[in-house]
Design a protein around this ligand. Structure first.
Ligand SMILES: Cc1cc2nc3c(=O)[nH]c(=O)nc-3n(C[C@H](O)[C@H](O)[C@H](O)COP(=O)(O)O)c2cc1C
Length: 357
């Protein structure tokens, strides 16, 4: 298949297979409301096959970063409506990544009285709150009967996203955030039906995905997974355990008819990822992670080699508002500037030039 050919992921119809990866940019202020600058940023990138938004929190307690946007308050929903309208006005599509940070946070960031996770195990390390560096706290281990509340927060957030005019939602099951914390044996020491075995650790992810799919339509719901990514303390170091866990996730969600599964893994053509793809037997997006930039050659090879239906591109989509035009014509690219990835304001956000400029 040609990277520049159209593809349908459930109810999402993409004119090409270059997907803008979810990218946290922390430009939505203390109240987590995406403003006109955020709308402009995404609208500039509307010619990709589909935009996946930055990780967006479904409840105040689930916020991971200062400046991160939410989809909880009326103002946040209104802000996202303007983003979706701006992307649609330029002919694009945007789905919202719903990201519950779980223990990757601090009450200085959430403004709530607790941080939650599958188990009361802190990440070894620190994060940046609005008032500076703080150690990751020991989180409150969610009680079994609190899980339904978290699940419903995802459902409400998904409904809010679609009500705001977004084209779909992606559940963030990757990179060490809450859903991934349930999957990893390092962060999940639960003794109830959600812990102890790979199948039980997969249960919450399956339940949340099922509930969101039932609420807004499976054809508008995707999920991102990062097996054995070993980040933020969500370690998965035993191959057999990880394989069983992710097999259980896929077996649980495959019957739903989701729009797609998106996998981040250093070796997307390898056995682990490709077996998950076969098992899922539906639209599949890949990304090879943080090691090196996703290049044009890599993206073309992944799609031409039939390893994926589409490729999620991160840093080069930050740096090139016209990435698809550049890649189509094999034109040179702007270089990403990491110093402004998590900054505030327009610098390194909306000021990367287009080729035509
Ligand atoms: C600044 C930055 C922010 C990111 N934020 C998110 C995020 O919110 N959600 C997510 O799933 N991945 C996030 N990622 C990971 C990217 O989606 C992507 O997997 C990663 O950048 C590797 O792809 P690349 O080589 O094309 O950049 C982020 C990466 C970067 C560089």
């Amino acid at each position: 298949m040609d990277l520049f050919s159209p593809v349908s992921l459930g109810d999402l119809h993409l004119p090409n297979r270059v997907v803008m990866a979810p990218l946290t940019r922390t430009r939505s202020g203390a109240l987590g409301v995406p403003g006109p600058l955020v709308a402009e940023h995404y609208a500039q990138r509307a010619s990709v096959g589909m935009i996946i938004s930055e990780g967006t929190y479904p409840s105040h307690e689930s916020r991971s970063y200062p400046g991160q946007p939410g989809i909880v308050t009326e103002k946040q929903i209104e802000g996202w409506r303007a983003v979706a309208d701006a992307v649609h006005a330029r002919g694009g599509r945007i789905v919202m990544q719903l990201m519950h940070g779980g223990r990757v946070s601090h009450t200085d960031i959430t403004g709530t009285d607790r941080i939650v996770a599958p188990s009361a195990i802190a990440i070894d390390g620190s994060t940046h709150g609005p008032n500076g560096k703080v150690a990751f706290p020991v989180p409150h281990a969610l009680l079994t009967d609190e899980l339904a509340t978290v699940r419903e927060q995802f459902v409400t957030a998904a409904k809010n996203a679609l009500a705001a005019g977004l084209d779909g939602v992606e559940l963030h099951g990757a990179n060490g955030y809450l859903l991934h914390q349930f999957l990893s044996p390092a962060s999940n020491h639960r003794e109830d039906a959600y812990g102890r075995s790979p199948e039980a650790r997969a249960r919450f992810v399956v339940e949340v995905t099922t509930a969101v799919a039932e609420a807004v339509g499976a054809g508008r719901v995707g999920i991102r997974l990062s097996p054995m990514h070993n980040i933020q303390g969500a370690l998965e170091e035993d191959f057999d355990d990880a394989k069983s866990t992710y097999d259980a996730v896929i077996d649980g969600i495959a019957p739903l008819g989701l729009a797609y599964v998106s996998v981040l893994h250093a070796d997307p053509t390898g056995e682990l990822v490709q077996e998950l793809r076969e098992r899922f037997n539906g639209p599949f997006i890949v990304n090879s992670g943080f090691g090196g930039l996703t290049t044009r050659d890599e993206a073309i090879a992944l799609v031409e080699g039939a390893h994926a239906d589409a490729v999620a591109v991160g840093r080069l989509a930050i740096a090139n508002p016209d990435l698809v035009e550049r890649w189509k014509g094999a034109h040179p690219e702007n270089e990403p500037q990491p110093a402004t990835f998590y900054g505030a304001g327009a610098e390194g956000y909306t000021d990367y030039p287009r080729l035509s400029a």
